[in-house]
Design a protein around this ligand. Sequence first.
Ligand SMILES: [Zn+2]
Length: 273
Amino acid sequence: MKQLFIFSTIIILGFLSGGCKKKKEEEKQPFVLFSIEDDKQLGLQVKQEIESDPIQYPILPERGNEEAYRYLRALTQEILDKGNLTYRNEFAWEVKIIKNDNVLNAFCTPGGYIYVYTGLIKYLDKADDLAGVMGHEIAHADRRHSMRQIQNQYGIQIISSILLGNNPTLLEQLTAQIAGTLTGLSFSRDHEREADMFSVRYLSNTQYACNGAASFFEKLLLEEQAGRIPEFLSTHPSPENRVQAINAKADEIRCSKIPSNTLSSYQRFKSLL
Ligand SMILES: [Zn+2]
């Protein structure tokens, strides 16, 4: 399976001038033919595939890493509990750490199986930044982006015939293909933007700065200015726009951009990995 970098390309046009309109679009429940059970089943399949491939996905063992897992899960739990999610109780919302210090990434399957690389955790400076990324990943699952993308890719007619049971072989093929490529699936610009915006909303009732997701991009921009262009930026332009849009959303909903008082516990967390 191909590695992918989260926070793929996004370009925001007219967000600042069209704030109200965007808000309504975001609040609309998307039209998805798949059932919630499909999200859960597909997510479980992908999880099994990931966890049966320890070379590509070396999962940090639970044993001996209890404190690190406790930290990450408590951070995630706060976002899930206070974020006003649609599928808080339906999806699994499992969190695992992948031990690879070279990958600045995290991803989330449908149905809420979240994977975070040690490389990303160590790269970030504070819990607020990580909370921002977790919020973004949670949004991909809760807003059902993968399912919507599959629907767009295959078309409503094909999906309908599969769901009606008219085409069992195609369903099998489709499921296998999706499970095989899901962690490499890149989301559309609209879905990336939507995940950024929902990250701000989810964090707005937590102790974390609601614009935490912006810090990751700001840090990447500094690297770029220093002449160290991360692969990420060479293939995904315009993080500036995402920083602006995230901060504009925070201003619009008037949530706190003040970092939480958690610096030393985040340092401790990093030192455990
Ligand atoms: Zn994303």
